[in-house]
Ligand binder design. Structure first.
Ligand code: SF4
Length: 371
């Protein structure tokens, strides 16, 4: 019998260099990546052998997963059960475009690619510590399209230090020239311990809010569906199924250093260290650092924190399943959400204020009676 499990996430922890804002678990790619390829294959085998999992989505992230060979990815997609997979995504970085065989990735089973462009302005690319230029980003998008990918997502960042809403608008306009099926536009997060985070370099909050609204207005006017605070799909069918499963708390497995997994009732995460990760698997052990069972309160808070960030919204029935009854009247009075049956759905402004809505709803939950 098959067990349904929405997604498989694979963390490939190597990059060509480290970006100035990056807090992801990634290091500069070593000359030999065969140890990591073996470890990832071994972890997937150990987690799925005898479990008969049926994955709907496969997401290769990192890091820069296109730095690992296409034949490795072909083997992993095949091991994940290529027949059941509907969405198979790989992230890529224009800095490594010359070295990547995109057509081979398509043949390996990937049907969606997410390109970390971030900006089409060389000044901001340098500031972010990206290794590619605007022209290289355009060249790699052309190459990817010519190689046969028909579901391309472009990542952009805004809120960069010194960036004006006009600069950001130029980036969005440039992005639209490629008519991608999906766009992710992220507000720069300052992470402690990164060069930009430690210097506190970011555009003013007012500019960031302006850039968020500008992105929403411009992309929706051009036919995109704004379905998550940072995500836009050209048509319904181009919503990211994999990411949507995170927001809807559907079980997934994560493999690779620091990858997280979710069973529906518990979360677990792997060790960060690449050497510890590889040696655990060489010794025949799963590289899990820790895990936690979720209480009903934890689950309810996750439903609120994730639900107000996307247009699937917060399901009052789902909260009730965990024993909480939420009276939404105060939340509705904010004007940031609307109610359809038992769903509380944020608008664009509501998604921007998702944290506020989740906090407010948590306070209301605290005073609610268990069902
Ligand atoms: S390419 Fe991505 S993962 Fe790699 S260093 Fe830059 S931001 Fe981090």
């Amino acid at each position: 019998m098959q067990n349904s499990c929405a997604g498989l996430y694979v963390h490939a922890p190597f990059c060509v260099s480290k970006c100035s804002y990056c807090a992801f678990n990634s290091v500069v790619k070593p000359a030999d990546t065969s140890g990591m390829c073996s470890a990832l294959s071994s972890e997937l085998y150990r987690r799925t052998n005898n479990n008969h999992l049926e994955f709907q989505t496969f997401y290769a992230g990192g890091g820069t997963p296109t730095l690992l060979p296409p034949e490795f990815w072909a083997g992993l997609v095949n091991m994940a059960g290529s027949e059941s997979l509907k969405e198979v995504t790989i992230e890529t970085n224009p800095a490594s475009a010359d070295a990547v065989d995109y057509h081979a990735l398509l043949l390996a089973g990937f049907n969606r690619i997410s390109v970390g462009v971030q900006s089409f302005n060389n000044k901001y690319l340098q500031l972010l510590g990206r290794r590619h230029s605007a022209d290289e980003a355009k060249g790699s998008l052309k190459l990817i399209s010519e190689s046969g990918f028909r579901n391309i997502s472009i990542d952009l960042m805004y809120g960069l230090p010194g960036q004006t809403p006009e600069d950001h608008r130029t980036d969005v306009e440039e992005t639209l020239r490629f008519a991608p099926q999906h766009i992710s536009a992220y507000d720069l997060t300052l992470e402690p311990g990164t060069p930009m985070g430690d210097r506190g370099e970011k555009a003013s909050e007012n500019f960031c809010t302006d850039m968020y609204h500008q992105t929403d207005e411009f992309l929706t006017a051009n036919g995109y569906i704004h379905y998550e605070v940072s995500s836009y799909a050209l048509e319904e069918k181009y919503r990211s199924v994999h990411n949507s499963s995170y927001w809807n708390r559907i079980p997934y497995i994560g493999i690779g250093p620091s990858a997280h997994s979710f069973t529906g009732t518990a979360r677990s995460w792997n060790v960060n260290s690449i050497s510890q990760y590889e040696s655990a698997l060489l010794q025949g052990e799963l590289p899990v650092e820790s895990s936690e069972e979720l209480t009903d309160e934890n689950a309810a808070h996750e439903i609120l924190a994730l639900g107000f960030r996307n247009t699937n919204g917060v399901d009052l029935d789902e909260l009730a399943e965990f024993g909480f009854r939420l009276d939404p009247n105060e939340l509705l009075q904010t004007g940031l959400i609307s109610r359809t049956d038992n769903l509380l759905v944020p608008d664009a402004e509501g998604m921007l204020f998702a944290d506020f809505l989740a906090l407010k709803a948590s306070e209301l939950l605290a005073g609610s009676h268990r069902v």
